[in-house]
Write a protein that binds this ligand. Structure first.
Ligand code: LLP
Length: 414
């Protein structure tokens, strides 16, 4: 499948904007499939399984599509677990990587029969007390590796709240001894937007030292965090290189130690990854319409019919999203500040070159599939956008825009 086939054209995006109204999230199913194929192709012949980190985008139609192309799913809350079950994933293909949650949620996840990763000694102890050896469980470790696009999305460093620090492994082992815990996987997730594949290799090497201590291990889980190209020349994590280096790391370890690093019963360990952005970022387009043009000494502001209530990444992470004026693709390039209509500073892009913008034009934000709609809110009592899935050439509305009733739905009027 060529790059061309998996891009929606600007003309088509305009027709979707006209048909469904703006602001509008559009997802292209075949792009998700293309990304998934990159993973499975690079890792073919290896014992590797991919769990889609659905926190990036949980629309149930996306979950069903991801299931249909063969991926498993990684969840970060019990409600994501329930959505995945609702979408049709069987429990054994659902991973729940929890963080800082109450033990009652873990009990609920166990009752639902899903795979569970626990990230604190406290919950691990409670798990041991309640389930002993009867239910396998994974442990999320903090590898003390600094990596990721920015500090807010770095999770593996030595000041991070995530996981049990690797230097506390003895405490984990003590719990294993005390309660007979059946530790089936070791998990690490170092951050998001990691281009350097050596970060993953470093993670594996940390796990290699620990693996022999866990006698019932079957899986190692290296988390998600593959980089996607937000800027034109960013590039993405080289998955082929990653696959080669992962395999090489196992081979090197075997040659140094004289035997392969295996799991329980001498069986080879299965490797897991949890990609979110990699699968759904580029499939997403966020279409907005220009409300107001405002010339000032500081900038020419383009106010679109949206704001950080719909796409928070630029304001929250200083994230860059490519923006194109799809209504005037041949207009003279000019410099603009693209802002929202929210009651506080709400900048999507500062001093950005875009083809001449006029009121009423459609601006599209690229790479908007991951953590776009998913992190949206009703701030300023604005409606959340509609979502559309384009699949096999047809556009389907998969979430209607909010209505006024939605704003009042859970309120109790006294
Ligand atoms: N696994 C775990 C345990 C995670 O915490 C995450 C992301 C992933 C997998 C997937 O990471 P990904 O492949 O999507 O990078 N809202 C931020 C990203 C936060 C990621 C949080 N955890 C953003 O918009 O950049």
């Amino acid at each position: 499948m060529s790059q061309q086939e998996t891009q929606l054209s600007p003309e088509y995006l305009i027709t979707l904007g006209q048909q469904f109204g703006t602001p509008l999230y559009v997802y292209h199913a075949e792009k998700i499939k293309e990304q998934y194929a990159k993973l499975t192709t690079a890792f073919r012949g290896t014992n590797t399984v991919f769990f889609y980190a659905c926190k990036a985008l949980t629309n149930v139609n996306i979950l069903r599509y991801i299931y249909s192309i063969g991926a498993n799913v990684d969840c970060s809350s019990i409600n994501e677990v329930k959505l995945a079950l609702h979408a049709g994933f069987p429990p054994q293909r659902i991973l729940y990587t929890s963080n800082g949650i109450g033990f009652d949620e873990i009990v609920e996840a166990q009752a639902l029969g899903v795979i569970i990763n626990i990230d604190s000694l406290s919950n691990l102890e409670k798990f041991g007390q309640k389930f002993g050896h009867s239910y396998p469980v994974g442990v999320r470790l903090r590898p003390n590796i600094m990596a990721g696009g920015n500090l807010k999305i770095s999770t593996g460093h030595d000041k991070s709240k995530f996981g049990i620090p690797v230097d506390q492994t003895d405490k984990i082992l003590a719990l294993v001894g005390k309660y007979g815990l059946r530790i089936a996987d070791l998990h690490i997730h170092t951050g998001s937007e990691i281009k350097d594949v050596d970060v993953f290799v470093k993670g594996i090497e940390i796990l290699f030292d620990l693996i022999p201590k866990f006698k019932e291990l079957q899986f190692i889980d290296l988390g998600g965090g593959f980089k996607v190209p937000y800027k034109e020349h960013d590039g993405e994590t080289n998955i082929t290189e990653l696959a080669q280096k992962v395999e090489q790391a196992f081979a090197n370890h075997a040659s140094v130690n004289g035997s392969p690093v295996n799991g329980s019963g001498g069986r080879p360990l299965q490797v897991w990854f949890e990609p979110g952005k990699f699968l759904v970022s580029e499939c997403g387009y966020f279409i907005t319409k220009v409300n107001v043009m405002k010339d000032t000494d500081a900038a020419t502001f383009v106010s679109v019919d949206s704001g950080f209530n719909h796409l928070i990444r630029p304001m929250f992470y200083d994230a860059y999203h490519r923006i194109e004026n799809i209504s005037n693709p041949t207009g003279a390039p000019k410099r603009y500040s693209v802002v929202g209509n929210i009651c506080e500073t709400d900048t999507f892009a500062w001093d950005r070159t875009i083809n001449e913008v006029r009121e009423g034009d459609y601006l599209v934000f690229y790479n908007a599939g991951a953590y776009g709609f998913e992190m949206s809110s009703n701030f300023n009592s604005r409606y959340k956008p509609a979502e559309v899935l384009v699949k096999e050439g047809a556009a389907h509305l998969i979430r209607r825009r909010d209505t006024f009733e939605d704003l009042l739905r859970n309120q109790i009027e006294l």
